[in-house]
Ligand binder design. Structure first.
Ligand SMILES: Cc1cc2nc3c(=O)[nH]c(=O)nc-3n(C[C@H](O)[C@H](O)[C@H](O)COP(=O)(O)OP(=O)(O)OC[C@H]3O[C@@H](n4cnc5c(N)ncnc54)[C@H](O)[C@@H]3O)c2cc1C
Length: 458
């Protein structure tokens, strides 16, 4: 049987673009990709990239302050959001065009349209045009949402944060995850008075307790009002702003409420359930280790599968799918020891097990004692500038094998540092491997190779 396309990819984000390019350029497949919004997806248009650029923008006030301590006669002028946004928009246009031309150069046909699945070998565009296809890849990502709360329509999500006409004076960020924490720091750095409201006990749940505690303390010290154990009961439009009534009985008036309380997979309205594609409780497309769904011709990668919702993971999953199905190289995406960073001020970089997760390892798997090597200190650069900031260098080590199970770094550049530590840990480095590596001096990360005695054994 012949098909219009060997592969039809739905979604032009991190996972879809990689899969389409590899299947076409390296797998020789006839490939089409449909994108209903802007090419590049969440990461490029409304996620990692614009966020990181906003992080950079938000760091200048501290840098100028520190410059004064270093002898510079520096003063901080006003921040011009309009100017920043103009440059940001241009950069996103450039990246979107680059993604588009990469696909076209790879021989992929692009449809700027929403696509749905009609049957295991058929997709339909919003225009009604249909194609027969041998394989379908669902790479539709995820989306933020505002939970059901009275007045919820007054709130925005991360999607709108990159499109604001003006910066608010006062903002409430609802949520305690990495996106909420990053935006709280960004807004604070840009001069906005920020309150964070999180219903849990402390922000950045899931990250190493010592590391997230240090980030939270530093955020509070910088002036971010972090309210834990509180949720929004209702939002109301007041005369001078939005009034957020908390479950603690307090009302807070702000100019902007941003919800970052989680993201949901974009699997609805695509015809998947009726075809028998397994869908999980959160709406995630259920796949096996080859990213194949319960319908053999349909695969799914990236956030829509809700495995590890990070760009490099979506890319790896897309690549592994294309290798397996179109290049004859069966490849499973490897989800072990994925490093990541939280771009708060200070940053948090993490890979592997947290102290708590290591302690919680199943005793039936013969878990022995875990050695914790943890050093917290004021780094040279900010200490000189009179800051109280502390950094954290932490290794979680299995005592019996001496394998390093996890590494957690808090401090400037933690995202960059953890990438390199992750290579060693992925290779199976032991504590002795770290110890026999000569330090680079004077650096903050030299502490990773100079911690001789465990701080505690758990
Ligand atoms: C604010 C924010 C910050 C983030 N920061 C980081 C970070 O620092 N590091 C990191 O690794 N990750 C980060 N992420 C996560 C990262 O963006 C995602 O993990 C990644 O984009 C997932 O890629 P994907 O291909 O699965 O989906 P997406 O990139 O979301 O792409 C899916 C695409 O499918 C399109 N689409 C959906 N339905 C259809 C349809 N029916 N037809 C046609 N097109 C459709 C969408 O328009 C979208 O363009 C961040 C996310 C957010 C929201």
């Amino acid at each position: 049987m012949t098909f219009d396309y060997d592969l039809f990819v739905i979604g032009g984000g991190s996972g879809g673009v990689r899969a389409a390019r590899i299947a076409s350029a390296e797998g020789g497949a006839k490939v089409a990709l449909a994108e209903e919004s802007r090419m590049g997806g969440t990461c490029v248009i409304r996620g990692c990239v614009p966020k990181k650029l906003m992080v950079f923008a938000s760091e200048y006030p501290e840098e100028v302050q520190d410059a004064r301590a270093y002898g510079w006669d520096a003063t901080l002028g006003a921040f011009d959001w309009g100017r920043f946004r103009g440059t940001l928009d241009k950069e996103l246009d450039r990246l979107e065009a680059a993604y588009r031309s990469t696909l076209l150069n790879a021989g992929v046909t692009i449809y700027d349209a929403r696509a749905v699945v009609v049957d295991p070998h058929r997709v339909r565009l919003a225009s009604g045009e249909e194609f027969s296809v041998k394989h379908i890849l669902i790479a539709t990502g995820g989306r933020p949402f505002v939970p059901e709360v009275p007045g919820g329509e007054l709130a925005v999500t991360s999607n709108e944060m990159f499109l604001l006409d003006a910066l608010p004076k006062r903002a409430l960020v609802v949520g305690g995850g990495y996106i909420a924490s990053e935006f709280a720091c960004i807004l604070h750095g840009l001069g906005v008075q920020v309150t964070m409201m999180y219903r849990g006990a402390s922000i950045l749940r899931g990250f190493d307790d010592e590391a997230r505690g240090m980030v939270s303390t530093a955020m509070i010290a910088r002036g971010i009002d972090i309210q834990c154990g509180v949720d929004v009961a209702r939002l109301e439009q007041g005369a001078d702003g939005i009034v957020a009534h908390g479950t603690d009985g307090h009302a807070r008036e702000v100019d902007l409420v941003m919800y970052a309380t989680g993201r949901l997979p974009n699997s609805g309205g695509m015809g998947l359930e009726s075809l028998g594609v397994g869908i999980g409780a959160r709406g995630q497309v259920l796949v096996d280790e080859w990213s194949q769904t319960s319908v053999p011709s349909i695969y799914a990668v990236g956030d829509v599968t809700d495995r590890i919702n990070l760009t490099p993971v979506a890319i790896r999953e897309g690549h592994a799918f294309a290798d397996t199905v179109f290049r004859g190289v069966p490849t499973k995406a490897d989800h072990a020891l994925v490093a990541s960073a939280v771009f708060t001020q200070p940053e948090l970089g993490t890979v592997g097990l947290s102290e708590e997760a290591a302690k919680g390892l199943d005793p039936s798997e013969d878990r022995g004692p875990i050695e914790i090597f943890s050093a917290s200190f004021r780094p040279m650069k900010s200490l000189f500038a009179g800051r109280q900031d502390r950094v954290l260098m932490k290794l979680v080590v299995d005592q019996a094998s001496q394998r390093v199970l996890g590494c957690h770094i808090v401090g400037a550049g933690a995202g960059e540092m953890i990438q390199l530590a992750a290579i060693a840990i992925k290779m199976g480095a032991t504590k002795a491997d770290f110890d026999r590596t000569v330090a680079v001096h004077p650096t903050v990360s030299e502490e990773l190779v100079t911690m001789r005695k465990p701080t505690r054994v758990v």
